[in-house]
Design a protein around this ligand. Structure first.
Ligand code: TPP
Length: 601
């Protein structure tokens, strides 16, 4: 949604009720009560939040109802946890924070959710209306600050509007391309009494997400699929948020079309299927990137042609007719010319396509793809008994969890290795910050994920840098006895940045050494560069009440993982790995997908 709106002044409120003649006056509720009732009416039974003066009225009511309230230790943690909950459950994630610094601490989390199209509702307390604009204590212009990082936001000026705004916020967050919605509620509005009730159905004149795809466009795409010799399906997170993985899989199998996914699309198509090309893009597989460059029909489903996927855009899929199925009108044709645009939700569009396409066998094309896979299998590493490699750790996480874990990552090299060396076979089994690439996401998102999927094995794979960005959230896992397993890939560096400095900045490791373990490796550097001091992660685990295990040898990985995975308690598993391993293949930023680096000299 582009248009923003403040809620209307009291005189024009449609939802306020007055007593009919002879009827008892309607029950009055406080604005705060309406917020909490709104959570329940809109199906939110888990709320992540942090209290403060401007939101105390809502907390006062929250404490009296049957809502599972989680107190992360930082508002950024609250939003990432709500985001992880939403990604893992398919429901709207909810958070509740105070005004000023409470609200500004949510910005990174909101931007993270906005980039990846994750449905969130974030309620912020605000100073009383009479003090707005006075530089009052803990005042911040929340609607102004959050406007660029939300799908929509509201500043509510009357309690009469709260039931409607709550219903609209959940509706906006979860329909169309999902996204975060902020509701800013001044303290006096939380205290006002109202007889208003929420609408049974939400209708917003300026927002209609109920798009039925044009049958002519579907027919055109079906015909293109029937004619194509070298087709590729390029699939993004929209297939997961649109619950369309089954339809996508059926379409690929019926038409014998190889499937490549983005990072956000992992799990939308089983990576164990022979048709899977695995991930494409900057750290995509060789066969996936080659196939996209050579294909004659590229069918994008719920993906947005992100620069990490396309590389140099004018060379991306340059031989192909490009079809783009998306519910987000603004994404279609934004980055590349689209020959067959199809505006609609992935699920019904794929269902309609399935009915129209003919079964096919692309024998020659599949053989070509197989040859690329043989030439450069995706993905490999050279195991050694002497040194613990990060890829080996993730490989073994896959093996020990039998491919059934929900993997949550932070951002960096370990994130890419988690994409490469774990095979995802079901939607919502890979949870990661794709678009914004937010370090600090992994641990709180894993907490939200574990709450959404209580009986399942949730493994957070994080870097030794990123874990330090929200390490305080460990105590939340302990407090709620969430059995999340936190695997820290300790390479003593801000690894992904170190990799860029190695390849593109002539090994000038500026401010990326974070572990004293790696001092020996940098003896050649000037003494002032011998920086880096990691906390003792075992003591960190202990201080927060979690179990800890440090693994330094390959032989200890499988027994260690087995022990931790079998435990009903949270574990921190620190894996001290080779300090300078690179993520390959790699397409240098701004280069064509055809210019992949598969091996470093
Ligand atoms: C909040 C934030 N700050 C900075 C970055 C830039 N960045 C991307 S990856 C990375 C290094 C991450 O290091 P670490 O957590 O140790 O993971 P590794 O790459 O070593 O696996 C950095 C600094 C980021 N993505 N997010």
């Amino acid at each position: 949604m582009k248009a923003r709106k403040m809620t209307k002044p009291p005189a024009t409120r449609a939802s306020a009720k007055v007593a009919a003649p002879g009827q008892p006056p309607p029950e009055l509720r406080s604005g705060a009560q309406c917020v909490v009732d709104g959570f329940i009416e809109n199906g939110a039974h888990v709320v992540f939040g942090y209290p403060g003066g401007a939101v105390l009225d809502i907390f006062n009511v929250l404490n009296t109802v049957d809502i599972h309230f989680i107190l992360p230790r930082h508002e950024q943690g609250a939003v990432h946890a709500a985001d992880g909950y939403a990604r893992a459950s398919g429901k709207v994630g909810v958070c509740l924070v105070t005004s000023g610094p409470g609200a500004t601490n949510t910005i990174t989390g909101l931007a993270t959710a906005h980039m990846d199209g994750i449905p969130l509702v974030c309620i912020c307390g605000q100073v009383p209306q009479s003090m707005i604009g006075n530089d009052a204590f803990q005042e911040a212009d929340v609607t102004g600050i959050t406007r660029p990082v939300t799908k929509h936001n509201f500043l509510v000026r009357s309690a009469d509007d709260i039931p409607r705004v709550m219903a609209e916020a959940f509706y906006i967050a979860s329909t169309g391309k999902p996204g975060p919605v902020v509701i800013d509620i001044p303290k006096d509005v939380q205290r006002q009494k109202t007889a208003a009730r929420g609408p049974k159905n939400v209708h917003i004149r300026s927002y209609n997400p109920n798009v039925a795809a044009d049958p002519a466009q579907i027919a055109k795409l079906a015909e293109a699929i029937n004619q194509a010799q070298r087709p590729v399906l390029y699939v993004g997170g929209g297939v997961i948020s649109g619950n369309a993985a089954a339809e996508l899989t059926a379409l690929a199998r019926k038409t014998d079309i190889p499937v490549t996914t983005t990072l956000m699309g992992l799990g939308s198509f089983p990576e164990t299927d022979p048709l899977s090309l695995r991930m494409l893009g900057m750290h995509g597989g060789y066969a996936a990137n080659r196939a996209v460059q050579i294909c004659d029909l590229l069918i994008s489903v719920g993906a947005r042609f992100d620069d990490r996927v396309t590389g140099r855009v004018d060379t991306f899929a340059a031989k192909a007719t490009i079809a783009h199925i998306d519910i987000d009108r603004s994404a279609i044709g934004k980055i590349t010319h689209t020959h067959i645009p199809v505006l609609g939700y992935a699920k019904p569009v794929l269902q309609a396509l399935l009915a129209k396409v003919k079964p096919a066998k692309h024998t020659a094309w599949r053989a070509q793809v197989a040859a690329w896979q043989t030439e450069h299998p995706s993905f490999t590493y050279a195991h050694t008994d002497k040194e613990l490699l990060p890829q080996f750790v993730i490989d073994k996480i896959y093996e020990v969890s039998k491919g059934q874990a929900v993997i949550v990552t932070d951002v960096g090299q370990h994130q890419m290795w988690s994409a490469h060396f774990y095979k995802y076979t079901r939607p919502r089994s890979f949870i990661s910050s794709g678009g914004l690439g937010t370090m600090g996401f992994g641990l709180p998102a894993a907490i939200g994920t574990q709450l959404a999927r209580p009986g399942e094995l949730v493994v957070a794979i994080v870097g030794d840098g990123g874990i330090q960005m929200n390490a305080q959230e460990l105590v939340v896992a302990v407090e709620h006895n969430l059995p999340v397993k936190i695997v820290i890939i300790n390479n003593g560096h801000l690894g992904m940045v170190r990799q860029w400095q190695e390849i593109f900045y002539n090994h000038n490791y500026a401010s990326v050494v974070i572990g004293q373990k790696n001092r020996l490796a940098i003896e050649h550097l000037a003494p002032r560069k011998r920086e880096g001091y990691l906390p003792d992660f075992m003591k960190l685990a202990e201080a927060h009440g979690a179990n800890g295990m440090r693994i330094t040898r390959p032989a200890d990985v499988v027994p260690g993982l087995r022990k931790a995975f079998a435990s009903p308690e949270p574990w921190v598993i620190e894996c001290v790995v080779a300090p300078e391993t690179n993520v390959l293949p790699m397409v240098p930023p701004g280069s064509s997908l055809s210019d992949m680096i598969c091996k470093l000299a």
